[in-house]
Design a protein around this ligand. Structure first.
Ligand SMILES: *[C@@H]1O[C@H](CO)[C@@H](O)[C@H](O)[C@H]1NC(C)=O
Ligand SMILES: *[C@@H]1O[C@H](CO)[C@@H](O)[C@H](O)[C@H]1NC(C)=O
Ligand SMILES: *[C@@H]1O[C@H](CO)[C@@H](O)[C@H](O)[C@H]1NC(C)=O
Length: 358
């Protein structure tokens, strides 16, 4: 105790300084917005705040008055539309059936009809042989545009997109199929051979009709990243073995974002300038992963179920850029283009009138 006494003035000074800093930084009234980790929060009396906090975790707006910085579910689940793509997404909610045709079936790896209506097949149609050659996956994002990966155009011409299919080797399940020619390919201007900016838009020759089988996915915009849980549905027709063929059946797999992936990705994929943390991210599946032919396809997330208006739509968070090389028995992460980083590029081309003015 005696020992402590000689430090007393310092301790008092320290406490004083700390309390001043805390006070100055955070004194706010009920109803004011406040900062908290990656979410929208609002100042409330502790007793009015629905969130459960750990004692150490409490962020005060005004400590003396017991006002805390409260995570506000109502605001979180009603994102105001600001960007052209968000307005489009809002419009889609009125263009599709609002009792959600999709049903999630747990287990199994084959996708069901109507389960992933934004999934697209991307490839070419040979006029002479009258045969399709599917190369990549894609995501329908509007009435006229499909999102895919730039590298899909490296191996040859892309001129066809098929929507609403499950098994492309069979025509027994084709009641929902819509097929289009590609009238324009818009590869990202900074796409390079080392596969950075691996993103491409395909403009279709006609307008897609939204049905239970064919629906667009919304973009995961910066303000909607609050919905990003780091768990995604990857869907595609990628190979399931060592062959280079695509698998005719649409498959789904749940993947988790892999943090600190830089060194592993560099080693696995020999990235020229290393992993670009802003524009790329990695995932890792527990047992199954993406593979050849899944490329260009979507990494989807759902809106939280409380988000009534958007509940039937998906958001596209990533584009599969590099999947497993060997497809089975290998354990490297897959690499994806971060869609959020390219929202401006996409909006510029897909919703031009609203966007070009800025
Ligand atoms: C992984 O793939 C195997 C074989 O293709 C399949 O039997 C299994 O259900 C898949 N597992 C998951 C979690 O999707
Ligand atoms: C678009 O392309 C598809 C497939 O080639 C064709 O069947 C369809 O008639 C075309 N639509 C328009 C509006 O040109
Ligand atoms: C993509 O980048 C944004 C930051 O620009 C980040 O908030 C988001 O979490 C990233 N997406 C994924 C799926 O990690």
């Amino acid at each position: 105790m005696k020992g402590l006494l000689k430090y007393l003035p310092y301790i008092i000074l320290l406490i004083f300084t700390l309390s001043r800093t805390v006070e100055n930084k955070t004194r706010k009234a009920v109803g004011e917005p406040c900062d908290c980790e990656s979410q929208r929060c609002i100042c409330k009396y502790f007793s009015d705040c629905q969130m459960q906090y750990d004692r150490d975790d409490i962020n005060y707006c005004n400590r003396k008055q017991g006002i805390v910085c409260c995570k506000e579910p109502k605001i979180i689940f009603d994102p105001p539309a600001q960007l052209a793509s968000e307005f489009a997404c809002q419009k889609y909610t009125e263009m599709i059936s609002n009792d959600c045709a999709r049903e999630f079936i747990t287990g199994g790896e084959l996708a069901r009809a109507k389960e992933f209506p934004p999934a697209a097949l991307v490839g070419r149609f040979n006029m002479e042989t009258k045969k399709h050659d599917w190369i990549c996956g894609g995501t329908l994002i509007s009435e006229r545009f499909v999102l895919t990966a730039s590298h899909c155009a490296k191996t040859g011409v892309i001129n066809r997109v098929r929507l609403g299919d499950l098994d492309f080797s069979s025509n027994k399940d084709d009641e929902g199929v819509q097929e289009f020619s590609v009238s324009r390919l818009i590869s990202h201007p900074q796409y390079d051979s080392s596969n950075y900016n691996d993103i491409m838009l395909l403009e279709l020759n006609g307008t897609v009709t939204f049905t239970d089988y064919v629906q667009p996915a919304c973009l995961l915009t910066p303000s909607w990243t609050v919905y990003n849980t780091g768990v995604f549905w990857a869907v595609g027709w990628g190979a399931v073995d060592h062959s280079t063929n695509m698998s005719p059946q649409l498959r789904r797999v749940q993947l988790r974002k892999l943090e600190n992936c830089g060194p592993i990705a560099n080693e696995a994929y020999n990235l020229l300038h290393g992993l670009s943390e802003r524009t790329q991210f990695c995932t890792h599946g527990k047992t199954n992963d993406t593979c050849k032919g899944d490329s260009g396809g979507p990494l989807l997330i759902t809106f939280p179920s409380k988000e009534e208006k958007y509940k039937c739509l998906y958001m596209v968070a990533g584009i599969i850029s590099k999947g497993q090389i060997e497809c089975s028995g290998q354990d490297v992460p897959s690499l994806h283009t971060n869609v959020t980083a390219f929202v401006r590029f996409i909006e510029y081309h897909v919703w031009p009138t609203k966007n070009n003015k800025s």
